[in-house]
Write a protein that binds this ligand. Structure first.
Ligand code: BJW
Ligand code: ZN
Length: 232
């Protein structure tokens, strides 16, 4: 991958970029949580059937994220952003905050965040970090006493702020995708949008993604092996 001073870089990251920080990916080995597949806990149906189970899943994920540190790949992206400024945009499917803690600022969490919750009835946000770390059971909304849910995009729900994402994709001249299996839409389709616009597309990860045919370049290796080497 070669960037010129005129390039606009759109980066899409997935669970693989946080793997070397010790956070489990969803699919493949080690991808199960207490024997559940992500499709069994990250859905509105799972929440309706057993909110305590789903809350417990996210509480554990939150604790893991809090005790993890950003790795060399998160740091490399923050450095690239420093060089490109407003010509850089990072869209992550991850709900951890490792990109922010590495210094990324132009970042969007399309699948939500572990560190936000909202009321299921009035949508009142619950930004209180301390609560998440202590609550063993479901918190209730101060206003209407309805259960508070994680501010996470589950299967069947619409990812956050797709308008901005598509606008940034329209302006990009290079698409860099890191550590995502290419199995979950709409994120897996960003490369197809890039192909229609004939912009350069690069994938970084230890194995080829499901949508590998769509990429111009595949850099095989882990995120911490490959991303620091993209810095000039
Ligand atoms: C490394 C590494 C290292 C390992 N270094 N790499 C067709 C079109 C559109 C939609 C659909 C469609 N068909 C079906 C749908 C619906 C559905 C979907 O995609 N289902 C598929 C399973 C088929 N999609 C949805 O429901 C989405 N909503 C939607 O489509 O609304 C309609 C709409 C869209 C747009 C506009 C208008 C309307 C919502 C999807 C929500 C996904 N939610 C989850 C869980 C919540 C977040 C959380 O709990 O964390 O998001 S599912 C889970 O998968 C999570 C992830 O963000 C997401 C992607 O996973 P990811 O990141 O790719 O992880 P893995 O584990 O799959 O892969 C890890 C990769 O890392 C691997 O490739 C490894 O090789 C690699 N790796 N070590 C670099 N060291
Ligand atoms: Zn409420």
């Amino acid at each position: 991958m070669h960037l010129t001073p005129q390039d606009h870089l759109f980066v899409l990251t997935g669970a693989g970029i946080s793997a070397e920080s010790g956070l489990a990916t969803f699919r493949g080995s080690g991808g199960l949580w207490n024997g559940y597949r992500v499709e069994q806990v990250a859905t509105p149906e799972a929440w309706a059937a057993d909110p305590e189970l789903v809350w417990h899943f996210y509480s554990q994920r939150r604790r893991n994220a809090v005790s993890a540190d950003p790795n060399a790949a998160h740091l490399a992206l923050a450095k690239i952003e420093e060089q490109l400024g407003d010509r850089f945009y990072l869209c992550t499917q991850n709900v951890d905050d490792l990109h922010e803690r590495a210094g990324s600022a132009r970042i969007h969490h399309m699948h939500g965040s572990l560190f936000q919750s909202r009321c299921t009835r009035c949508n009142q946000p619950f930004p209180d970090k301390a609560l998440y770390e202590t609550a063993a059971t479901l918190p209730l909304c101060d206003r209407c006493r309805a259960p508070v849910r994680p501010h996470i995009v589950w299967f069947g729900e619409i990812p956050l702020d797709m308008d901005t994402i598509y606008r940034k994709l329209d302006r990009a001249t290079v698409l860099l995708v890191v550590g995502t299996s290419g199995s979950v839409y709409p994120a897996a389709g960003f490369v197809h949008i890039a192909n229609q616009r004939r912009i350069h597309t690069v994938y970084v990860g230890p194995e080829e993604p499901l949508n590998r045919e769509a990429f111009d370049e595949i850099l095989l290796g882990t995120a911490t092996e490959v991303l620091p080497s993209l810095l000039r």
